[in-house]
Design a protein around this ligand. Structure first.
Ligand code: FES
Length: 190
């Protein structure tokens, strides 16, 4: 009886030992597979990054900006005493026609910290939403922290009769001065 029990016990130990050994081999094989995958992942990632850098080398480093000269239509399209915001988004410029018929192109940029003011038709003024600066229709500042009038750009008549704005020619606002007087050449009379 005693011998039988010893025999069974030895047999059980052998089975357990075999199972442990097989389990260890499987675990080792899994670890190897995992490490192989990680290794290949690293190689593929490295090649992908290098390929992207290589291709980027051929892509031109150009900054696409709107043209500095652009046409804004015929003078007759603009009623007297109006601010046209049609070119504000793309060119950051308002086309303004004063009551006496003169045109000028005003940069849509507050001279405090550069926000874009809004034209308030009811109050006939530009109002900056950032810190409350206010400007008359001529661009002259009269309230808030803005230190000077907004800048103007050159506006002229092109060969086809349309008005042409040239942002390369700028008339910077002078503190406390009306740009109509400082820069009479910024006005277009047709
Ligand atoms: S940016 Fe216009 S008031 Fe400050």
């Amino acid at each position: 009886m005693q011998d039988d029990r010893e025999l069974v016990s030895e047999h059980q130990e052998e089975i357990i030992s075999r199972e442990n050994s097989e389990g260890g081999q499987a675990e080792s094989s899994n670890r190897r597979k995992f490490l192989t995958r990680v290794g290949w992942g690293g190689v593929v990632g490295f090649l992908a990054i290098n390929s992207a850098a290589f291709l980027r080398f051929f892509y031109p480093r150009v900054l696409f900006e709107p043209a500095s000269q652009f046409k804004v239509g015929l003078p007759a399209d603009y009623p007297l005493g109006t601010v046209n915001s049609q070119y504000q988004r793309e060119y950051r410029t308002w086309i303004i026609r004063l009551q006496d018929g003169a045109f000028f192109a005003l940069e849509s940029k507050c001279t405090h910290l550069g926000c874009t003011p809004n034209w308030m038709e009811a109050q006939k003024k530009f109002k900056c939403p950032c810190h409350g600066s206010g400007y008359y229709i001529t661009g002259l500042n009269f309230e808030g922290p803005a230190p000077r009038p907004m800048d103007r750009f050159k506006i002229s008549i092109a060969e086809d009769g349309q008005m042409l704005v040239d942002k390369t020619i700028r008339y910077p606002g002078v503190p406390g001065k009306e740009s109509n007087e400082v820069y009479p050449e910024s006005l277009l009379r047709v």
